[in-house]
Design a protein around this ligand. Sequence first.
Ligand code: CS2
Length: 502
Amino acid sequence: MQGLNDRTVGMLPAAVARPAYDRKALKTGIVHLGIGAFMRAHMAAATEAAIAAGDLRWGIVGVSLRQPDTRDALAPQDGLYTLAIRDANDQGQPRQRLQVIGAVTRLLVAPVNPQAVLDAIAAPATRIVSLTVTEKGYCHDPATGVLRLDHPDIVFDLAHPDAPRSAIGMLVYGLQLRHARGLGPITLMSLDNLPANGRVLRAAVLRFAEEIDSTLRKWIEGQCRFPCSMVDRIVPKTTDADRDAVGAALGCVDAWPVLGEPFFDWAVEDEFAADRPDWPLGGARFVPDAEPFERLKLRMVNGTHSSLAYLGAMAGWQTVDKAIAQPALREHIAALMRDEIEPTLPALPGLDLAAYRNNLLARYANPALAHRTQQIAMDGSQKLPQRLLGTLRDRLTHKLPIPRMALGLAAWMHYLRGVDELGQSYRIDDPHAEALTALYQQSLAQGVSPQSVQALLAYAPVFGDLAGHAALTLALLPLLQSLQAHGVAATLDAVNRGGLTA
Ligand code: CS2
């Protein structure tokens, strides 16, 4: 079979959507750091809609900060790739709708050619630098959100202006070059699942800039913009089977298609230094303040996703749809949202929370995604603060019961043992894995007691001020005991019956 590229794209089956605009006329307006599957199924799809409507200024330079694999897959394809939108038909059979996206014009690999990335940020036509570098890519302390000047990548970047490794270093040296060239300010737009993601990014960039040049810091602070945003689309990792299925439907090889659910949401603050694409054409909304949307999404979607992932991974339920098909887990997740998360959310005009909850349960049940619970379980130390701990803190402050929120946290602690209920070992994929598994071994492996739970809660990078919290310890204790002694299914049954509360 031939490969997908500018020449073969015209020969695809008629049902496959493809760029109808002149790709050769596409200019570059966006540099994106972290060109993974999520960005290709989300921001790039919305940008494609704006381009397709005739605004050819928004081609995207896609940057990988670590591996060359995306460049190796997509550069021979002239940047083209397929987005497969998957769900089930009325009979419950999986189906997919294919669209070839043309918005990515160039691919760069930062470690191979850092100067090319700095030049792209400092190019006159660049107006937006966007990021999906995951939570850990901000090199911050997850509990406080503050940039860690002792983070190895930040230490390295402060000493190596020509070859930065971190997204923060890359941005600041790129902006320094832009400033030195006398070019205008730009917008730096985080698309990661962090609360106030724009403000976290701004604080990190300004802190790093202060270390190297206070004039630069002042220019960035006064001129550049950092809109916050809420992004939402479930995008599982592409497997070889997905590659084959997409290739068979295209009649040609796509080395790296991406998959996603039909659902798409993006609430982004309309706060741009220069211009921006008409993203609402692709389903985005410009909002004055993204905070209430972020809180809703991080607590409802990501909070329940992580709870479900740790419980599912331990029980041997490998994918989200298989996990949510377990009646006891479904009952728990629905009640977790209704009884414990929703009461902590700010009112959003026009939002029907019950409809949002039911729609989310339907998204989780999508049988065509095969989203692995182990994929969601990774990087728990970076995710728990904004997904679970904020809700827990709010409820604890008001002395409200937390049996279901605490079960998610207990499941994460239980997951640190590194072996599921079927006896399968797995690797804890987390930047804090070493410290956390050592803590687990020293404390919980010897049995659950108030002291052993408190030893884990004392891990400051994750829990911060929750260390030693008496009510939280009391809530976790019976849940952890039950997970260890009786397993996930029995614990869910007990919690659904209203038992296991302190
Ligand atoms: C997931 C998210 O992998 C994870 O941690 O919870 O990627 C989730 O699928 C998206 O945020 C949905 O918008």
